[in-house]
Design a protein. Structure first.
Length: 139
């Protein structure tokens, strides 16, 4: 899956009583990767909120769990933009466990749609022009 990659290390706090990553934490890992992707394009969410009066919120999630991650695993979150509209972005994301010999095993995959919202009303809002252009350039 070409696109943006972000490394994640599994800490003890990420695991449940069975010793595997708690299912909701995969969504947190994906969120971090999307935030870092946005940062890599030159946009900080706190700046967008303060100066553009725009925030992002998850609109929908579809996730498939294939294999568990465990404490101390080195993971990579792969993120790819599927579609960018004026007020939303759809992503395909995979979490992969790195192998020492190279490559990796896909542990989960998801499709996430985020919406751009106006900070006061929480209603859909068009992304700032420079952000929209940057996002569309990676589609």
């Amino acid at each position: 899956m070409p696109g943006f990659s972000w490394p994640i290390r599994v800490y003890f706090e990420d695991t449940d009583m069975a010793g595997v990553v708690y299912y909701a934490n995969y969504l947190k890992f994906m969120e971090r990767a999307r935030t870092e992707w946005l940062r890599s394009l030159g946009f900080e969410q706190d700046h967008l909120k303060a100066h553009e009066r725009r925030i992002f919120a998850v609109r929908s999630v579809e996730i498939e769990y294939l294999s568990p991650a465990v404490f101390n695993d080195a993971l990579i979150v792969e993120s790819r933009v599927l579609r960018a509209g004026k007020a939303s972005i759809s992503f395909a994301q995979e979490i992969v466990r790195k192998r020492k010999e190279g490559g990796g095993d896909v542990l989960c995959r998801g499709r996430i749609k985020i919406a751009c919202l106006e900070t006061d009303s929480f209603k859909p809002a068009i992304m700032p022009k420079d952000l929209l252009e940057a996002v569309k350039s990676v589609c």
